[in-house]
Design a protein around this ligand. Structure first.
Ligand SMILES: NC(=O)c1ccc[n+]([C@@H]2O[C@H](COP(=O)([O-])OP(=O)(O)OC[C@H]3O[C@@H](n4cnc5c(N)ncnc54)[C@H](OP(=O)(O)O)[C@@H]3O)[C@@H](O)[C@H]2O)c1
Length: 301
């Protein structure tokens, strides 16, 4: 990759944190790391190659500032769990709308958008629908774009990685549907390599790809493998999905967001893809055993 500046939204996210480590380690890269809170700004890694910026999606001039001089923008802001303050519309759709508008105005050559397997603007599931709508905004902009649909991401900072370690360290854990659904977890480092590949790809038009990890296994097996690495004897019990959804619906009457029926559908969906993008991207996927070793090691530090 030639010298390049990339702009990253949601730079304090788990993926952003990993991506900034790649930037800090590569001579030819610089990044403008955009976050929306001063505390997040203060928490960004310090490196001569990383410049932190506060971003307010309702103020286009702050977006202009973030995009100035960049050859590519990586859009990472987004949520799976809604809350009283953050909805799928505001986090997944509105941020993308504001970013695409600003990218068009700035003449930005390239957008990389991290989406989700299952994204579909016609989905009855609010999360998948919002990611599908956001994808439509990116592909419809007429800018060089890459959309990477991802499964469960594993890394020391990801919510999935932390939950896996926490559950695998218990004596017994109750999981949705007995953890029978198939996962194909992706190492967050592999996603970062894919993002950087796309940033330097100058092919015109928009491409959508699905990138998953090298191993398909049930959630139950993933938990047991991680428990064995921790030296733990784990018993996996079943939480029926129907019961969990009923409980989620009742909890939602008191407090919006959190573990909703929509989230339950997302986290129990099979993560199978027709064609994995690793070969097209020229990326060698990290073996699952190495990803889990690294997770466990990081938890011991
Ligand atoms: N982690 C996964 O397994 C996974 C799987 C598929 C797709 N993805 C997608 O990949 C991207 C990065 O995921 P991640 O797990 O690294 O994210 P993360 O750690 O949960 O961080 C979420 C980021 O989105 C920002 N954000 C949340 N609500 C926002 C709003 N209303 N307006 C603007 N920014 C908002 C957060 O900013 P604050 O800190 O200020 O709240 C933070 O920077 C997300 O778009 C996610 O949907 C992740």
């Amino acid at each position: 990759m030639d010298n390049m500046q990339i702009a990253i939204t949601g730079a304090n996210s788990a993926v952003g944190t990993a991506l900034l480590r790649h930037v800090a380690g590569r001579e030819e890269l610089r990044a403008v790391a955009a976050v929306r809170r001063p505390e997040a700004l203060a928490g960004l890694p310090s490196s001569a190659r990383i410049t932190g910026r506060l971003l307010d999606y309702g103020r286009p001039e702050t977006l202009r500032d973030v995009l100035a001089g960049a050859g590519c923008v990586v859009h990472l802001a987004g949520v799976l769990f809604e809350s009283g303050r953050t909805s799928y519309q505001s986090a997944n759709v509105d941020t993308t709308h504001a970013l695409v508008d600003a990218a068009l105005e700035a003449g930005m050559p390239r957008i990389v958008f991290v989406s989700s397997l299952g994204a579909d603007p016609r989905s009855p599931n609010g999360y998948y629908r919002s990611k599908g709508e956001a994808e439509g905004l990116v592909t419809g902009a007429g800018i060089g774009a890459a959309i990477i649909r991802t499964p469960l991401l594993l890394g020391p900072e990801t919510a999935g990685g932390r939950a896996l370690l926490r559950d695998a360290a218990r004596g017994s854990v109750r999981v949705l549907g007995g953890g029978a659904h198939l996962l194909q977890p992706l190492d967050v480092e592999d996603l970062c390599r894919a993002i950087l590949r796309w940033c330097s790809n100058s092919a015109p038009g928009a491409r959508t790809c699905e990138l998953v990890g090298p191993t398909a296994l049930s959630q139950r097996d993933l938990l047991q493998r991680t428990a064995r690495l921790l030296g733990n004897d784990l018993t996996v019990r079943t939480m029926p999905i129907g019961v969990a959804k009923l409980a989620a619906r009742c909890a939602g009457l008191l407090r919006p967001g959190g573990l909703t029926p929509a989230v339950i559908d997302v986290i129990t969906a099979a993560e199978t893809v027709r064609r994995n993008a690793d070969a097209d991207l020229g990326i060698e996927l990290t073996p699952l055993a190495d990803t889990l070793e690294r997770l466990v090691e990081a938890s011991r530090r």
